[in-house]
Design a protein around this ligand. Structure first.
Ligand SMILES: [Mn+2]
Length: 377
C-alpha cells in the first residue's frame, strides 16, 4: 500500500467518517486485516485528540446525576456520591524517561500484559520492567488483559457498609501505577479487557444503586476515562484475525493447563491472564499436520502484581509468576509469541537485561538512579 493510499484512507475515516465496510468497498486492493488495523488506529487517534481537547474542561461527575435519580437512590449510594466515589482524580507521577526502541521490527507488534491488581497488590518493579521491555520492543499496540484494578474494597469478604468508603482511598492508591502505564504509552493505542476484579464496582452499583446502572462507564468509576483507552465490552480481543486475547475463567492447578481448556473452548490460539501463571504451549491436532498449518498457541501471561498477596496465609504459596508477552505478526501472517518472565524486578529479553528503576511493592518510591542496560556480548 502506498503512503498516498494510506493517507487517503485516514482522511476518509477522520473527515468523511466512512465505516469499515465502506472503506473495504472503496479500496478493494487493501486486505481486510490491513484495513481493520488502519481503521482501529485512526479511531484511537481521534479519541486521543478528543481527550486532549477536553482535558482543560473538568466537569465534576456528581453534578451530572439527575436530581430525580438522586431521590431514588439508597442512602448508601447517596453517601457514596457525597464522599467522592466518582470524583475525577489528579495523579502525581515519577519523572519518566522512555526507553528507545532498540530491536529490529519484524512486523506488527503487541505488548500484552495482565493482572496489575492496582490498589493493594500491584508491584511497581514488575510494571516498570514490563514498560521498559515493551518500549524497547517498539510495540504498536498495548493490550491490557484484565484485572487492572484489584478493587479489594468490593471483595465479597469486605463488610458491605464500608465498601464505597474504602474505595475512595483505594482508588487513590490504585491510580498512580495505572497512570504510570498510560503515561509511558500515551502515543500507543491501548485496548483493555475487563477482568473479574475490574467489574466488582459495577456489581456494587447493580446491588446498591441500580438507578446508576449504565450512567457511569467502568472507566469513569475506575478513574481512567481520560486515558483514551478502548474498553472492550465483550472482554475479547482478536489480534491479526488469529489470536484471541481474553481474561479467562477456567483455572487449573498447573501452568499451561488452564489455557489448554480455553483453546478447546475457542478453537483458536488463545492468550489468557487470570491464573497468574506463566506458560507457552502449542496444541497440535491432526488437522494442523494434514494441512501443514501451525498448531494452536496458548499463553498464560503471568501477572504484574505481588506474588504474596495480603490475603495469603504465611504457610501457603501463591504458585504465581510475574511476566507478560510480546507478540509479533509479520507480513506473511506468521505469528510469533515471546513470553517474558520477570523475577525480582528483572527480565532478560532478546539478549538484553532490563532492571526495574522502581522499588518493588505497592508503595511508590523515587526512581532509582538510571542503571545502564547491559547488552549481551
Ligand atoms: Mn487476576
Amino acid at each position: 500500500m502506498t503512503p498516498e493510499t494510506q493517507n487517503a484512507i485516514k482522511a476518509d475515516i477522520k473527515e468523511r467518517q466512512l465505516t469499515l465496510d465502506q472503506l473495504l468497498e472503496a479500496y478493494p486492493q487493501v486486505d481486510t486485516w490491513r484495513m481493520r488495523t488502519l481503521f482501529r488506529d485512526a479511531q484511537a487517534e481521534i479519541r486521543r485528540e478528543q481527550v486532549l481537547s477536553e482535558r482543560s474542561v473538568q466537569v465534576t461527575q456528581e453534578a451530572a446525576v439527575p436530581v430525580a435519580d438522586l431521590k431514588q437512590m439508597s442512602a448508601r449510594a447517596k453517601e457514596a456520591l457525597d464522599i467522592g466515589f466518582f470524583r475525577p482524580l489528579r495523579v502525581e507521577l515519577p519523572r519518566i524517561k522512555p526507553v528507545k526502541p532498540v530491536f529490529k521490527k519484524a512486523g506488527r507488534t503487541w505488548g500484552i500484559i495482565s493482572d496489575l491488581h492496582a490498589g493493594t497488590e500491584h508491584d511497581w518493579a514488575a510494571i516498570d520492567v514490563a514498560v521498559q521491555v515493551m518500549q524497547a520492543a517498539g510495540i504498536d499496540e498495548l493490550v491490557v488483559n484484565g484485572d487492572v484494578f484489584h478493587c479489594e474494597s468490593f471483595s465479597r469478604h469486605a463488610p458491605a457498609q464500608e465498601q464505597h468508603r474504602k474505595w475512595v482511598t483505594e482508588r487513590e492508591q490504585a491510580l498512580p501505577p495505572v497512570a504510570y502505564l498510560h503515561a509511558n504509552f500515551q502515543d500507543t493505542p491501548t485496548r483493555v479487557n475487563a477482568g473479574n476484579h475490574d467489574l466488582w464496582p459495577m456489581r456494587w452499583i447493580s446491588q446498591n444503586a441500580p438507578v446508576l446502572e449504565g450512567f457511569f462507564t467502568p472507566e469513569q468509576i475506575l478513574g481512567i476515562d481520560a486515558f483514551g483507552w478502548t474498553f472492550e465490552e465483550t472482554g475479547r480481543i482478536i489480534l491479526a484475525d488469529q489470536l484471541l486475547v481474553k481474561h479467562g475463567t477456567r483455572v487449573s492447578g498447573n501452568p499451561g493447563e488452564s489455557v489448554k481448556k480455553e483453546i478447546m473452548a475457542s478453537g483458536m490460539s488463545t492468550v489468557i491472564g487470570h491464573v497468574h501463571r506463566l506458560a507457552y504451549v502449542e496444541h497440535r491436532r491432526a488437522i494442523h499436520e494434514i494441512k501443514d498449518e501451525r498448531p494452536f498457541i496458548g499463553l498464560e501471561l503471568g501477572c504484574l502484581c505481588s506474588l504474596r498477596p495480603q490475603y495469603l496465609a504465611r504457610e501457603d504459596s501463591s504458585s504465581w509468576s510475574q511476566g507478560f508477552a510480546i507478540v509479533t505478526v509479520d507480513e506473511s501472517g506468521h505469528l510469533n509469541a515471546e513470553l517474558v518472565s520477570i523475577h525480582n524486578g528483572r527480565a532478560h529479553f532478546r539478549g538484553s537485561v532490563f532492571e526495574s528503576r522502581l522499588a518493588a511493592g505497592t508503595e511508590y518510591r523515587e526512581l532509582a538512579p538510571a542503571k545502564p542496560r547491559r547488552r549481551a556480548a
